[in-house]
Ligand binder design. Structure first.
Ligand SMILES: Cc1cc2nc3c(=O)[nH]c(=O)nc-3n(C[C@H](O)[C@H](O)[C@H](O)COP(=O)(O)OP(=O)(O)OC[C@H]3O[C@@H](n4cnc5c(N)ncnc54)[C@H](O)[C@@H]3O)c2cc1C
Length: 387
């Protein structure tokens, strides 16, 4: 293998897999560096499923990016004759003035995203598995659902390799530096040179992005897969994805239907978690053993929101969020490096659904110096860094 590339992608997880694919499929010479195997469960992309939704409560500016993400998911599915996106519909519930409900309504209205408003009686009739307080508002987004993270990462990497990318696993980047028109990257094995470096290092990004360590807080997140009392009521096809702000904790609980192992792999069971930054952690020293308290909080939420949803815990796992101060992504050139270094980081626990569009954006940004997609609100300048 030669040591000079048009582009090096540092970190081949969620965002790096799609970025490698978009670069290689446009004919650029690409090196993707991944410190572990592909995929793996040490970062942010493990755990079988990720919610995808368009009526984005976080900020309406994400909706145009999501429209493109849906198109791009379709494209990779068609190209690989595989299914990544599963439209189960998504039930939202919360108080009418919650950010969740107000934000979903605002994005849906602004961009004509299909969202149904359900009365409490309609919700009970259609989704009897839930127990939702009378005072809550219930919305349903039929085209929302989930995507499969490990399968998506593998498909993008497979397609990147077929298009000519070199993907090195178990090779950790230690440092990089800009030397005139080129950027060199030194790993545990070699030193490589490229015209453009794209940093997609997830929870490890702050090690690789000078000046941003204070802006990227890594947190430990707990996910449970449980056995419900009556399994068939919660299986794929019978039960939607959901997101509920029940006001017992900051953040919101969310979950997925039970996915058949033959088609989706493990773990087995009904998956439930809390979307809120957990305990801060060093990504290289994560306590991966969930505590009794972690388990108790999730069981309590399931029993409250899904009365028939819990009989026993099957598996609990940890995963990592990388949070920015405003919980919006960081997609930009790294200031001060003459557009030779681009970063995609700080996905704050809601980035996977965007993988298919972030890959395209990073390829455009790095190689053309710009993207036509509206990413201005995700710029690096909004953080007061020392770069
Ligand atoms: C519990 C949980 C639930 C979530 N639920 C959802 C959801 O429902 N919907 C949604 O849209 N999003 C969700 N997310 C968020 C989403 O999964 C993340 O935003 C996304 O995976 C982040 O991708 P990434 O590429 O930044 O990180 P990763 O996928 O972790 O990739 C970074 C990669 O870089 C590699 N790397 C880092 N440093 C180096 C180095 N020095 N050398 C070589 N390789 C390196 C890492 O090993 C890793 O493979 C969830 C996340 C978690 C943890």
């Amino acid at each position: 293998m030669k040591n000079n590339f048009d582009a090096i992608v540092l970190g081949v997880g969620s965002m790096g897999s799609a970025t490698s694919y978009y670069l290689a499929s446009r004919g650029y010479s690409v090196l993707g560096l991944e410190q572990f195997d592909i995929p793996h469960d040490q970062g942010s992309h493990a755990g079988q499923s990720r919610i995808i939704r368009k009526a984005y409560f976080e900020h309406p500016d994400y909706v145009p990016l999501l429209e493109r993400a849906y198109e791009n998911w379709k494209e990779i599915e068609t190209k690989t004759s595989s299914q990544i996106y599963f439209p189960t519909g998504l039930l939202y519930a919360g108080k009418p003035n919650d950010i969740l409900i107000k934000g979903v309504r605002e994005s849906a209205e602004k961009y004509s995203v299909k969202v149904e408003s359900l009365s409490n009686a309609q919700a009970k009739d259609r989704f009897p598995q839930f127990k939702i307080p009378e005072s809550y508002e219930v919305l349903f987004e039929p085209d929302a659902g989930f995507v499969t993270p490990e399968r998506a990462v593998l498909l993008y990497v497979e397609q990147a390799i077929q298009a000519g990318a070199h993907i090195q696993t178990k090779e950790k980047a230690i440092s990089w530096k800009k030397e005139g028109e080129i950027v060199t990257v030194t790993t545990t094995k070699e030193t490589y040179a490229c015209k453009k470096l794209i940093i997609t290092a997830g929870p490890w990004a702050s090690n690789m992005i000078p000046g941003f360590s204070g802006q990227l807080k890594v947190t430990r997140q707990i996910i449970a897969w449980v056995n419900p009392k009556v399994r068939k009521d919660f299986e794929l096809g019978q039960f939607p994805c959901w997101l509920i702000d029940d006001h017992t904790q900051p953040g919101m609980y969310y979950g997925f239907p039970i996915l058949p192992v033959g088609k989706f792999g493990g773990p087995i069971g009904l998956k439930v978690a809390l979307h809120y930054p957990g305990q801060p952690t060093d990504p290289d020293a994560v306590n991966r053993i969930p505590s009794k308290n972690d388990e108790r909080d999730l069981i309590r939420a399931i029993e409250k929101l899904l009365p028939e949803g819990y009989s026993s815990t099957h598996v609990m796992k940890t995963c990592l969020y990388t949070n920015t101060p405003d919980e919006n992504f960081l997609l930009d050139f790294l200031p001060g490096y003459n557009q030779q270094v681009a970063i995609a980081a700080g996905f704050s626990g809601h980035g996977f659904k965007f993988v298919s569009v972030v890959g395209e954006i990073m390829a455009d940004l790095a190689m053309n110096g710009k993207t036509d997609l509206p990413i201005g609100f995700l710029n690096a300048q909004r953080f007061n860094t020392s770069v």
